[in-house]
Design a protein. Structure first.
Length: 87
């Protein structure tokens, strides 16, 4: 019984376990930050008319809608992946 408890404590201090935990944390933070950036781009593209940025962006309304929709889908996927943590 003591060997089992001792071995479970040993796996917590295992350098490989620490490396995997830090990798998962890094990937999760990376996914959340990329999702925020891409979703922010989607909001700017889709809301350019309301933010009065349509003259600054110099692109067609159709392109802004398509690109904004693609950014919205991909940003949502990155957000889902950040919550999923399946690395």
């Amino acid at each position: 019984m003591e060997d089992f408890n001792h071995s479970s404590n040993n796996t917590r201090n295992n350098p490989r376990e620490k490396s995997e935990r830090s990798y998962r944390l890094f990937k999760s933070i990376y996914d959340f930050s990329m999702a925020a950036l891409i979703l922010g781009c989607a909001v700017l593209m889709l809301g350019a008319k309301w933010f009065k940025l349509d003259q600054v962006l110099n692109v067609d309304a159709e392109f802004r809608t398509i690109f904004g929709g693609m950014c919205l889908l991909y940003g949502g996927f990155r957000l889902y992946r950040g919550f999923q943590k399946d690395y």
